[in-house]
Write a protein that binds this ligand. Sequence first.
Ligand SMILES: CC(C)(COP(=O)(O)OP(=O)(O)OC[C@H]1O[C@@H](n2cnc3c(N)ncnc32)[C@H](O)[C@@H]1OP(=O)(O)O)[C@@H](O)C(=O)NCCC(=O)NCCS
Length: 178
Amino acid sequence: MNDLPGTLKYIQYEHGLEERYLPAIRSLIAGDLSEPYSIYVYRYFLCQWGHLCFMALDPADASLIGVIICKLEVHSSHSPPTRRGYIAMLAVASPYRGKGIATALVKKAIDAMAQRKADEIVLETEETNVPAMRLYERLGFLRSKKLHRYYLNGNSAYRLVLLLKSIDPDALIEDSEE
Ligand SMILES: CC(C)(COP(=O)(O)OP(=O)(O)OC[C@H]1O[C@@H](n2cnc3c(N)ncnc32)[C@H](O)[C@@H]1OP(=O)(O)O)[C@@H](O)C(=O)NCCC(=O)NCCS
């Protein structure tokens, strides 16, 4: 565990891995969620955008240490249409935090979405989530909107955006209420 994150194995999710890793993904994410997700939420993302899900595995036993789950959609209300990436879930097992694993996962997700010509990548995170805010802002994400009492637990959130292409920032914010 000393040389993390370099010694970890990072793999892209694929459908053949569902039986092995979906229970571990659910339990890793459920441990820290602001609100619970059903199995259908995980399947919604993983069946359509498994190529935008990355896992960090312990090389010794291939157990799950971290995961990021994303999607990429076209928003045709913009002119021209915007390709928007969305980071839906990110978690690293607590004994492994603070070692750059989430940073490595987010970078892989950004690269994958950039390769698929995303114009922007957005996400929401609780305003009190200092590690997540630090991580995303260090990678260039900007606060686009404060979402008051956004979560079921009453906590507020920030919507963060990473602009990959030059687009009208006002259009991003107006279209952010989905
Ligand atoms: C957020 C989370 C994914 C970060 O994972 P990680 O692997 O520890 O992240 P990294 O090591 O890549 O970077 C974390 C950053 O937060 C900092 N950090 C970690 N714990 C911190 C704390 N308690 N207070 C302040 N900063 C903290 C780290 O120093 C690092 O920033 P730096 O590189 O500028 O020093 C992890 O804490 C987690 O799984 N949390 C629960 C789920 C969650 O909140 N997900 C995000 C939802 S958007």
